[in-house]
Design a protein around this ligand. Structure first.
Ligand SMILES: Nc1ncnc2c1ncn2[C@@H]1O[C@H](COP(=O)(O)OP(=O)(O)OP(=O)(O)O)[C@@H](O)[C@H]1O
Ligand SMILES: [Mg+2]
Length: 385
């Protein structure tokens, strides 16, 4: 009986997959995939000068990205997906590409098309002139952003995420919101990149993308600890990105004094001391800024960083607060922090180890009216490992 029910599952899956494949092929033949372009591998090779090093824009967890120039003069970003395990067949890959291409919003990077020849799986995106936010706020670029532009970026990211979470015909949790996945066009309008990418990878491999290989700094505690994934994990990461934009630094910087090394922790300390003004990138003083608007934005970021996913605001609420359409009545609860000594001493902190010391996720949500520095939350909100 066991054997029967066990065997039954893959059979159902195979039938569903076969149906999907047939459907994709039919759509291909009937020309319903006209919204996406197909590029031959040769075209992309030519566009990127044989994937030359000088055209390498960067390499993340999903594979290298090259700048390319198509014959019609259009600039594109060419992402060669690298797979470690067996992956989708051609029709399934095309079906996923079609799905992602159908999600369009002015704050999402457009997927223009793809290539799938033999083992090659390549995605072709619109090229973003000002590349990614990380390069500008704490990277090698010398560009300076005033508050108006920074706020435009924050609001644009919020609107892009609102679309992915609440408005698109398919609900998408990005999973990897971070400064390098925020791309900027020629006018510094932000566009979120890499949404839907996890769909091309087996579940376990997608989960182990650069988010986990790199710093844990952007990742929501419930995702680190239990792999619990919802829109609220993106909202947590959004909160971290907002703090990075306002302070002009990366979320973890071990070269700084110990109190300031971890940005959310430092921001919380300043909040408790009513010194949030110290968080602001001093370079912003040059062009001036509205203190009220910056303070409100930091407050929103702290609401996003709250330890319990249920009490983090939804993206539509965040947009409403940022645009003054909703009042900010809630006080944030202390974020969950990893213990510093443990982080420094042991790079391979296991998820189990962290979760042992993280009881707050198992308890009921605390009242929102509780004052922010109540002792109860000081204890419950902290990860002690
Ligand atoms: N559409 C694009 N236009 C211009 N530059 C891009 C584009 N897409 C990516 N890049 C550049 O290529 C770099 C590498 O991107 P990639 O997505 O591979 O890495 P990542 O964002 O650092 O990590 P992850 O794989 O987790 O997303 C980015 O940091 C960005 O500077
Ligand atoms: Mg990326």
């Amino acid at each position: 009986m066991f054997a029967n029910s066990y065997c039954g599952v893959p059979e159902i899956c195979q039938t569903t997959t076969a149906r999907k494949v047939r459907q994709a092929k039919r759509q291909l033949q009937s020309g319903k995939l006209e919204t996406i372009s197909y590029f031959s591998f040769r075209t992309l090779k030519e566009a990127s000068k044989n994937f030359h090093e000088c055209n390498l824009l960067g390499k993340g967890g999903f594979g290298p990205v090259y700048r390319g120039k198509l014959q019609d003069g259009r600039l594109v970003a060419i992402k060669k997906l690298s797979f470690e395990k067996s992956h989708q067949g051609e029709a399934e890959f095309l079906a996923e590409v079609r799905m992602i291409t159908s999600i369009q919003h002015k704050n999402l990077v457009r997927l223009l098309g793809c290539c799938c020849e033999g083992p090659q799986r390549v995605l072709v995106y619109e090229y973003m002139k000002n590349r990614s936010l990380d390069r500008i706020i704490y990277g090698k670029s010398n560009q300076y952003l005033n508050w108006k532009t920074r706020f435009q970026i924050i609001l644009g990211i919020a609107r892009g995420l609102q679309y992915l979470h609440e408005e698109s015909h398919i609900r998408i949790v990005h999973r990897d919101i971070k400064a390098s996945n925020i791309l900027l066009d020629g006018n510094f309008q932000p566009k979120i990149g890499d949404f839907g990418l996890a769909r091309f990878f087996p579940e376990d491999q997608a989960y182990l993308s650069t988010t986990f290989a790199g710093t844990l700094g952007y990742t929501a505690p419930e995702y680190v600890i239990r792999g619990e994934l919802s829109e609220k994990a993106d909202i947590y990461s959004f909160g971290v990105v907002v703090l990075e934009i306002i302070s002009g630094r990366r979320n973890t910087d071990l070269t700084l004094s110990s109190e300031t090394q971890y940005l959310p922790e430092y921001a919380w300390k300043l909040y408790e001391r009513s010194k949030m003004i110290n968080l602001i990138d001093p370079r912003m003083q040059k062009d001036g800024f509205s203190v009220r608007e910056v303070m409100k934005t930091i407050h929103v970021a702290l609401l996003c960083l709250q330890p319990l996913p249920d009490i983090r605001p939804a993206m539509s609420e965040i947009v409403a607060m940022l645009t003054w359409k909703a009042e900010m009545v809630k006080s944030p609860i202390k974020p969950a922090f990893l213990d510093r000594r443990r982080r420094e001493n042991d790079e391979n902190v296991s998820r189990e180890t962290i979760s042992n010391g993280f009881p707050s996720l198992e308890t009921e949500s605390p009242s929102l009216t509780q004052p922010p520095n109540s002792r109860e939350f000081d204890v419950k909100g902290e990860i002690i490992v």
